[in-house]
Ligand binder design. Structure first.
Ligand SMILES: NC(=O)c1ccc[n+]([C@@H]2O[C@H](COP(=O)([O-])OP(=O)(O)OC[C@H]3O[C@@H](n4cnc5c(N)ncnc54)[C@H](OP(=O)(O)O)[C@@H]3O)[C@@H](O)[C@H]2O)c1
Length: 276
């Protein structure tokens, strides 16, 4: 049976970059909301010698995710899922950001893990923004609601985000909270699905020069002078990191967040320490 690799948000950015480091004997399924974009990406991969398919999916809708799972399952055994779909502060309002970034991750992990077997892997893309929140803001009790009462979960997170002043800041706060949730949730799934032999990790990029990263460069670039690399990351660098974490040969990497941020999170911590 053929092995299948599914990439949400695979029509662009680091999701698409990751596919180009995948073994060519795998069937690639690219997913996102914009069919035209997916078809262009599939053509690009086919020209490189990959077997690739496009499947439209809105990860913030469970039924849409279920249809993606069924499509991928129809092609072979699902071995790798890279969940790169996401919306940034400049792209949307707080509620949509929470529904796509946080609940989308819940739907992807839950629905794919039902059909994945031992030796498979899920990588959820978070962000270094997950690390900028003060610890008193993070409430794991609220995060647990994502499994029991989705609507209450969304309300709690957007209520917190509403404390910020200005539309962009509120979306930014919701983004950081949603990505902090992704790190927490991926770790929780690693322990639950680990029993079945499914490996789960999250990966947190710093500011990367994709469409999204370029859109956020003004605010997101604040950490660059504090980082070790002192530059934005390249999509292909993140593509390589994602593909490596998702590779079955990396079988002992589980239950952690892999921070691929040019050292910006640690640079920020040092900066704050030195300021005291
Ligand atoms: N670039 C950065 O600086 C940076 C930094 C930290 C974290 N990240 C995270 O990295 C991931 C990839 O982002 P990127 O930088 O590669 O940007 P990107 O090129 O904008 O990729 C994001 C992809 O997600 C898809 N998407 C958005 N909403 C979706 C939904 N509801 N359902 C399914 N697909 C959806 C988009 O396609 P459609 O619009 O067609 O659906 C797009 O292809 C995101 O999760 C982002 O939050 C990025």
């Amino acid at each position: 049976m053929a092995n299948v690799c599914v990439i949400t948000g695979g029509g662009s950015g680091m999701g698409l970059a990751a596919t180009k480091f995948m073994p060519k004997d795998k069937i690639i399924v690219l997913s996102g909301r914009t069919v035209k974009k997916l078809e262009g990406a599939v053509a690009e991969l086919e020209a490189l010698g990959y077997t690739a398919y496009a499947c439209a999916c809105d990860t913030s809708k469970r039924e849409s995710v279920k249809a993606l799972v069924a499509f991928a399952q129809g092609l072979g055994e699902i071995k790798n899922v890279i969940n790169s779909a996401g919306l940034s502060p400049a792209m949307s309002d707080p509620e949509t950001i929470v529904r796509v970034n946080a609940l989308g991750t819940v739907y992807i992990n839950e629905e794919f893990s039902k059909v994945m077997n031992a030796g498979s892997v899920i990588v959820d893309v978070s962000s270094n923004s997950a690390y900028i929140l003060p610890s008193f803001i993070i409430n794991k009790k609220d995060y647990k609601l994502a499994d029991t009462d989705e609507e209450k979960f969304v309300k709690k997170i957007i209520k917190k985000a509403s404390m910020a002043k200005g539309d962009y800041q509120r979306s930014g706060f919701a983004y950081s909270l949603s990505k902090n949730f992704v790190v927490w949730y991926a770790q929780k799934c690693a322990f639950e699905y680990g029993k079945k032999g499914i490996r789960v990790c999250s990966l947190s990029p710093g500011l990367i020069a994709t469409d999204m990263g370029n859109l956020e460069a003004k605010d997101g670039g604040m950490l660059i002078p504090m980082s070790a690399e002192e530059r934005m990351g390249k999509p292909e660098e993140l593509g390589f990191a994602l593909a490596t974490v998702a590779d079955e040969r990396n079988g002992y990497l589980a239950g952690v967040d892999v921070l691929v941020d040019g050292g910006s999170t640690n640079g920020m911590k040092e900066f704050k320490k030195n300021k005291k």
